[in-house]
Ligand binder design. Structure first.
Ligand code: PXP
Length: 241
């Protein structure tokens, strides 16, 4: 069964709405570990809309499992990553105006650049995963540039609406995973996965890890709301004596 790595970016999104100290993504990461997550994923975006540089250092120091740092291959962020030395970086394409990562990297087009970046990380013993769409040529290019792993983008699968479209996206993922298995390329997957749609991806035999964020953070708000309100009512009641 695929292991779960929890992306805590959106805990920081809520914190940044007030530029304050809560909720703390490290605290969320520790709870995720307690629940069985094998790793913590964070995305240090160039616009710093959620995770901040200080979070990356704190989370690296504070967690007991492995840190997977998602990032664009830009010089500034590469500098932070080389200083922090996470267990793994996952290189993703990044556009300023996007709501979240849209689509996979075009490894075929950026071969030379990515090969150079991967070398830099390998020199510091940091593993490199490339976030790609489940396409044969992108997997082959990832292997060629020296990636340790690929993360297949499950965005199209999670957004598919009809039964037919969903089946077609699952077939696409299964086919892509069969190739990476043959190439002995470590395979992860993620984006848009929920408790409802995770099953068909989690059962693909060589998918080792799933990176899941938004649906877990969303659900945790709903599970925690009742308790949080009870605690506030109790605090107000106690003050009245
Ligand atoms: N994998 C990658 C490369 C991502 O960019 C993201 C979103 O930050 C995820 C996985 C997690 O996606 P979601 O938040 O939709 O679960």
């Amino acid at each position: 069964m695929a292991d779960i790595c929890v992306n805590v970016d959106h805990v920081a999104t809520v914190r940044q709405a007030r530029r304050t100290i809560m909720p703390d993504p490290l605290e969320a990461a520790l709870l995720a570990e307690k629940a069985g997550a094998v790793g913590i994923t964070i995305h240090l975006r160039e616009d710093r809309r959620h995770i901040q540089d200080a979070d990356v250092y704190r989370i690296k120091r504070g967690i007991a499992t492995k840190l997977n740092l998602e990032m664009a291959a830009s010089p500034e962020i590469i500098g932070v990553a080389l200083a922090v030395k996470p267990f793994q970086v996952t290189l993703v394409p990044e556009r300023r105006r996007e709501l979240t990562t849209e689509g996979g990297l075009d490894v075929k087009r950026a071969r030379a650049k990515l090969a150079g970046v991967i070398e830099k990380f390998h020199a510091k013993k940091i593993l490199v995963s490339l976030f790609i769409d489940p396409e044969e040529d992108q997997s082959r290019a990832s292997m060629d540039v020296g990636a340790d792993a690929v993360e297949f983008n499950t965005g199209a699968y999670s957004e598919a609406k009809t039964k037919r479209a969903i089946q077609s996206e699952i077939r696409r993922l299964v086919k892509a995973c069969a190739l990476t298995e043959k190439m002995r390329l470590v395979t992860h997957a993620g984006h848009g996965l929920t408790v409802t749609n995770v099953g068909p991806v989690a059962v693909i035999p060589n998918v080792e890890e799933l990176n899941i964020g938004h649906s877990i953070v969303s659900r945790s708000i709903m599970i925690g709301m009742e308790q949080a309100v009870r605690e506030m009512i109790e605090a107000a009641r106690k003050a009245r004596g």
